[in-house]
Design a protein around this ligand. Structure first.
Ligand code: GSN
Length: 222
């Protein structure tokens, strides 16, 4: 049997969380090597494992993959979550690039200076609604299907659910004006592998706290 993918990252969501989500949704077990110290990060550098000196790093199928999007698209293709043809794949790329931008804007909030946090959070939530959720609501409305692309479960659905849940952690009513996204959230959350990932005790990471932010800053000397 093939070895489990091994994920090297901090003990938090950051850029690795979408990779955890995709593996979990595909029903793939994975191992994690948690970076707690700068020495661990320097050792990965010394060993030549980090192509551009950055994590996420995923060891899979005899490769040491870095670059979040490269890793995600490899997994999406490998586990048949990447559309049936080039056009569907292009749509999935476009939708996941958008949700990735949204999630990154949320993920960096804890790293902002305290005095900027409230205003930045408000702006981020406004943009989540006006730039992203309104668009996905319209996509679902236009084609009337259960999934974003090709009437089939894909990486785009997984990542939109992840983005919705992140935004709801900032404001529980963020989907109030998006009924189709509310139904989408329920539908995708009930897919058995995802349901399992959403339950306590899974490898899903909690929202970032002060300890996480401090650890990342120490390891990367930010
Ligand atoms: O998407 C990617 O994986 C890359 N384009 C960016 C990866 C990246 O910036 N990784 C950070 C830690 S995760 N947070 O942002 C990193 O390893 N930074 C160290 C450095 O020297 O850039």
């Amino acid at each position: 049997m093939a070895e489990k993918p091994r994920l090297h990252y901090f003990n938090g969501r950051g850029r690795m969380e979408s990779i955890r989500w995709l593996l979990a949704a595909a029903g793939v077990e994975f191992e994690e090597v948690i970076l707690e110290t700068r020495e661990q990060y320097l050792k990965l550098l010394e060993d030549g494992f980090l192509l551009f000196q950055q994590v996420p790093l995923v060891e899979i199928d005899g490769m040491k993959l870095t670059q979040t999007r490269a890793i995600l698209s490899y997994l999406a293709a490998k586990y048949n979550l990447y559309g049936k043809d080039l056009k569907e794949t292009a749509l999935i790329n476009m939708y996941t690039d958008g949700t990735m931008d949204l999630m990154f804007s949320i993920a960096i909030l804890p790293f902002k200076p305290a005095e900027q946090k409230e205003k930045e959070t408000e702006l981020t939530l406004e943009r989540a609604k006006s730039r992203y959720f309104s668009v996905f609501e319209q996509i679902l409305k236009n084609h009337g299907q259960d999934f974003l692309v090709g009437n089939k479960f894909s990486w785009a659905d997984i990542q939109l659910l992840e983005a919705i849940l992140m935004a709801e952690e900032l404001n529980a009513t963020v989907l109030a004006k998006f009924p189709l996204l509310q139904a989408f959230k329920t539908r995708i959350s009930n897919i058995p592998t995802i349901k399992k990932f959403l339950q306590p005790g899974s490898q899903r990471k909690p929202p970032p706290d002060d300890h996480y932010v401090a650890t990342v800053k120490t390891i990367l000397q930010m």
